[in-house]
Write a protein that binds this ligand. Structure first.
Ligand code: ZN
Length: 277
């Protein structure tokens, strides 16, 4: 459930995007005013503020699935190119046993990561601008291409897709980070850097106290060639499956604001570490 102020905020952001005329683009921050020169004989000279650590950097965040996908089956099931093969435009995503949707979890974590990245000076592009049952998509190919070189709007340096898994095995819990595997002509350009990004995200999640998956990947990292979002990206990319929503312990953390803040802090740390490398 989205609280009122978030909805209002999202509406404000949408209006800003419409005014900017570029879906998903975060307006460039206003330039800092020039430092006032100090005159001789006056009080201590002003020290110019240090530049924001991520000033000028562009990040794409991809909060997996739109909340309304289930209501738009025809649109969501339409096949799109996923990297030289066809796949459904999108899926509904999963949910916790208590009904907390993956779409909402991914959205709330992404909004918090965006807030933190903006505070560090970054420009953030989102693959969707709201979390609503009245909308669907975008499709995986669009999610994977936003921010690529040559596409409209600022080119990104990194793309992080935010998801949660839904596995019914009682012993299945923990996060896994998916990096693109070897798909000739599609992932060659970003595989090595995406591998470094995956390690940065894995390490930051472990440092934040999250346990790597008990059921997928190796030490919290999985490699796949069947994901359109990864295959279409021409900038380093990972998909972070932050936990198993069908596991009660994982779901409890995800459904709590403190838990989501911890996820967001870890993802921000990872993005910052990757961009510094
Ligand atoms: Zn998902």
């Amino acid at each position: 459930m989205i609280r009122g102020h978030r909805t209002a905020w999202a509406a404000g952001a949408l209006i800003a995007v419409l005014v900017a005329g570029c879906a998903g683009e975060d307006p460039a921050p206003a330039p800092a005013p020039p430092a006032t020169p100090s005159s001789a004989g006056q009080a201590a000279p002003t020290t110019p503020a240090a530049p924001a650590p991520l000033a000028g950097r562009v990040v794409v965040l991809d909060p997996g699935h739109q909340l309304g996908n289930a209501r738009f089956a025809a649109q969501i099931n339409r096949p799109v190119d996923a990297g030289g093969f066809a796949k459904a435009c999108n899926t509904t995503g999963t949910a916790s046993d208590r009904g907390y949707p993956e779409a909402t979890f991914a959205w709330e974590v992404a909004v918090e990561v965006r807030r933190r990245l903006r505070r560090l000076g970054a420009r953030v592009r989102m693959t969707r601008e709201d979390n609503t049952a009245d909308a669907w998509g975008p499709c995986i190919d669009e999610r994977g291409r936003l921010g690529n070189p040559g596409r409209p709007g600022p080119t990104a340096e990194v793309r992080v897709s935010i998801h949660a898994d839904g596995n019914r095995s009682p012993s299945a819990h923990g996060f896994h980070v998916i990096e693109p595997g070897d798909l000739a002509g599609w992932t060659d350009d970003v595989r090595a850097a995406s591998g470094r990004l995956a390690v940065a995200v894995r390490d930051a999640l472990v440092d934040a106290g999250f346990a790597p998956s008990t059921y997928l990947g190796e030490n919290g990292i999985d490699v796949r060639t069947d994901l359109g979002t990864l295959n279409h990206s021409d900038v380093p990319v990972v998909m972070a499956e932050l936990g198993n929503m069908r596991h009660a312990d994982d779901a409890a953390v995800m459904a709590s604001e403190a838990g989501r803040r911890r996820y967001a802090r870890a993802l921000t740390t990872a993005i910052r570490a990757f961009l510094a490398g």
